[in-house]
Design a protein around this ligand. Structure first.
Ligand code: CO8
Length: 258
């Protein structure tokens, strides 16, 4: 863990892993090496029984100002296509534990797309989100035309993608791109949310994440069927017995993640 070059990994609470993007001089521009480290750290947290949720953040000035333009500029179609350039970016969406993004400052291009790969986004008042790729002669390549459109609707997403203009934190919150704007320490608040999630039964948490994410892939009838099957399956867990017994006995549930 100490060997990462572009990220910092810490454990602000016994059950929370925090990953901090750490290329301050480049406003956390995302390069290939950084993504390999991010994927590795996220996978380790996913496999760690003690960890219940992950916080992903950047600096005060930038969550991430996008893919590293200097790394990209001389790429050819042939090499990008043959080597599946940035194909490993979506690895984060296969992590089973919840990931909470704490966004301050710029979240642009690949930085906005990275935030949108997380499960919950909390924004500082300084946060700004945008897809400025059009100014570089390209379009978003890691979900900006898809996840942003699902979050904001067609008209606003189209405006952002085609003009390159950004969204303020307040606008992002009013349109549901982020869950809320946090005055004060947004990272501390994200850790608090992560800790709260980590205190629940991990099987139910994983099922909740999987079911909400299914709504992006399935039609309503299939999504409802999936949800009901997961709900029914949870009656096989000890956490369901404990959670409902604790309610009836007017005490706090002690989940064992079984
Ligand atoms: N890539 C590389 N370096 C960057 C990037 C970046 N995206 N953003 C900032 N930097 C560097 C600057 O070059 C500068 O370095 P140096 O000091 O060596 O000149 C340093 O960070 C500080 O930046 P600025 O001096 O520009 O800081 P400002 O506060 O003046 O401006 C901005 C901040 C507005 C954020 C500005 O830096 C900017 O416009 N950055 C580029 C934003 C952008 O266009 N992002 C989109 C990139 S394209 C993309 O993300 C495509 C993703 C596709 C994924 C495909 C997956 C398959």
């Amino acid at each position: 863990r100490l060997s990462y070059e572009h990220i910092l990994v810490s454990q602000p609470k016994p059950n929370v892993t925090q990953i901090t993007l750490n290329r301050p001089k480049a406003l956390n521009a995302l390069n290939s090496a950084l993504f390999h480290e991010l994927n590795d750290a996220a996978e380790k947290a996913d496999e760690d029984e003690a960890i219940g949720a992950i916080v992903l953040t950047g600096s005060e000035k930038a969550f991430a100002a996008g893919a590293d333009i200097k790394e990209m500029r001389d790429k050819t179609f042939q090499s990008a296509y043959k080597n599946n350039f940035l194909g490993h970016w979506t690895k984060l969406t296969t992590i089973r534990k919840p990931i909470i993004a704490a966004v301050s400052g710029h979240a642009l291009g690949g930085g906005a797309e990275l935030a949108m790969m997380c499960d919950i986004i909390l924004a500082a008042p300084s946060a700004n989100f945008g897809q400025p790729e059009i100014n570089l002669g390209v379009i978003p390549g890691a979900g900006g035309t898809q996840r942003l459109t699902k979050a904001l609707g067609k008209s606003l997403a189209m405006e952002l993608v085609l003009t390159g203009r950004g969204l303020t934190a307040a606008e992002a919150a009013s349109r549901g791109l982020v869950s809320r704007v946090v005055e004060g320490d947004v990272v501390a608040e994200a850790v608090k949310v992560a800790e709260k999630i980590a205190s629940k039964g991990s099987i139910a948490v994983q099922a909740g994440k999987e079911a909400v994410n299914a709504s992006f892939e399935l039609n309503l009838a299939e999504g409802l069927r999936f949800e009901r099957r997961m709900f029914q399956a949870l009656f096989a867990t000890k956490d369901q017995k404990e959670g409902m017994a604790a309610f009836a006995e007017k005490r706090k549930a002690q989940f064992t993640n079984e």
